[in-house]
Design a protein around this ligand. Structure first.
Ligand code: CP
Length: 323
């Protein structure tokens, strides 16, 4: 486990109202979440997968963008912690009549939920709600800004497989420009001492990427060489207006993760992808479904990590001691 340098007593809760991004978290808080997720994973192995921790608390899942993994795993996590949970169906809500995000949130807030899990296409939407809501706001992905629980479950999965994060070569490939997963992962992995490489076409490398403590390259061969972890990012066609590369076929030829490219990494490399995957674009099916893939482990770990976040924001051991 990564070293934590801490002067006072060990942390037992996230002493903050919201989880808005990895940028706000210390290495100690990240490790607390990862350690707590290990205990939460054990709950998921029981016959009765339920603990009373969040009994009496209401959690609202407010997803303005599509989601399979994040929304489902938050709901499972909330139910395993015995919270009263509900999903606002945006397509049949008053959002379609033009109600704003703020008005929608204030009306939900009036019904006194303990927490709101928010996914929104605007970067900063979670920060906005954090300022106006008493409920804890958990960022489930805001625009091209952050997706903190994805980075946490990625780190949990790496730690589970490798025993540590510090010193590992983590090579991240794909649509670097539009990816909130990348931003949260860079923040987290560099805080915990990983050696992070990012690789993609020059048109998809955001300005300033060379100033955030990572190696930047357009050479897949250079990035993949001796990597401990290969993390693929989805090509986000829905966020692209123009031609960032000539064709999907050419993208796959130049940047797609194939078995031949994986063979240049460490022999015990793990292959990650946050999903949803574009098979045959950023990743070959043989790699996605192959022996090095931990992609479905990431999904499974998402439940434990989100349970940990909900529990720790609710007060963690402090809350349990007071109950
Ligand atoms: N990784 C991820 O955020 O997937 P979903 O969009 O399906 O939630």
């Amino acid at each position: 486990m990564d070293a934590v340098h801490h002067a006072g007593p060990p942390l037992t809760a996230l002493r903050r109202k919201d989880l808005l991004g990895i940028a706000d978290l210390t290495a100690e808080e990240i490790n607390l979440i990862l350690d707590t997720a290990e205990a939460m994973k054990e709950v998921g192995k029981r016959t009765i997968k339920k603990v009373p921790t969040l009994r009496g608390r209401t959690v609202v899942n407010l997803f303005f963008e599509p989601s399979t993994r994040t929304r489902t795993s938050f709901e499972i996590a909330e139910k395993r912690l015995s919270a009263d949970t509900l999903n606002v169906a945006i397509g049949t809500s008053s959002v379609v009549k033009g109600e704003t995000l703020v008005d929608t949130a204030m009306n939900i807030e009036a019904m006194a939920p303990s927490m709101i899990v928010l996914r929104h296409s605007s970067s900063g939407a979670c920060h906005l709600l954090s300022r106006i809501c008493r409920a804890a706001i958990i960022n489930a992905g805001d625009g091209m800004h952050e997706h903190p629980t994805q980075a946490l479950l990625d780190a949990f999965t790496i730690r589970e497989r490798k025993g540590r994060l510090a010193g590992l070569k983590v090579a991240i490939f794909g649509d670097l420009l539009h990816s909130r997963v990348l931003r949260s992962n860079i923040l987290l992995l560099t805080k915990l001492g990983a050696d992070v490489w990012v690789c993609g076409p020059a048109t998809l490398i955001p300005p300033g990427m060379d100033r955030v403590g990572v190696h930047v390259t357009t050479s897949v061969e250079q990035a993949v060489r001796d990597a401990d972890v290969i993390m693929m990012l989805r090509i986000q066609l829905e966020r692209m207006q123009g031609g960032f590369f000539p064709s999907l076929r050419e993208y796959f030829t130049t940047f797609g993760m194939t078995e031949a490219r994986v063979s240049k990494a460490k022999p015990d490399v793990i292959i990650m992808h946050p999903g949803p995957m574009n098979r045959g674009v950023e990743i070959a099916s043989e790699v996605a479904d192959g022996p090095f893939s931990v992609i479905l482990d990431q999904v499974a770990n998402g439940v434990a990590v989100r349970m940990a976040v909900l529990y720790l924001l609710a007060g963690g051991a402090d809350h349990e001691a007071a109950a």
